[in-house]
Design a binder for this molecule. Sequence first.
Ligand SMILES: [Zn+2]
Ligand SMILES: [Zn+2]
Length: 181
Amino acid sequence: MDELKKRILDFPTYIEPHADVLATLDMRSRYMTLSSIPKYRVGSDRFCLWCRSGAPLKHHARVYCGDNCKKSANMFCYPQSNTMKAYILIEFQQCACTLCGLSYEDRILRWIERKENRKGTEEWEIGPTMNILGYQLSAINEIDVDHKIPLHRGGIALGLDNIQAVCRQCHKDKTFAERKR
Ligand SMILES: [Zn+2]
Ligand SMILES: [Zn+2]
């Protein structure tokens, strides 16, 4: 799986929010937006909105210390996104649906190989690759993000803890079974 990750240009390193940031978030909110996370200052210095560590931010327009924090904040707040779909499938599930075990690894590899053949071309550069991969999985291979514990049963909406990537049909079957209970 590490080999596969290395071949994806912008595979993110997920960074948890700083504990004080976490405390400001309503984990059950489906409609969380990044703009509701407070900017972090100490005196006249501004620090990364997400990890609150590292050196003070220099450029006036920056809110994150780097790309990983920016991506992590997006993934945390929008866990149903295409980027997240691809990320949890590869990072936590060895490319397989957690409900039926069907592997998507071959399909992901084929997609990466097609992209690699176009490396250096505009299409490869326009990335971010993870977002496009998630879109492909969703469109062609029918992958959904599912809440392990449904929100109406008290499951949390934000972050990575309560989500899994599953086949769309598995998702439908699970939801149907949950409604019947
Ligand atoms: Zn940061
Ligand atoms: Zn499945």
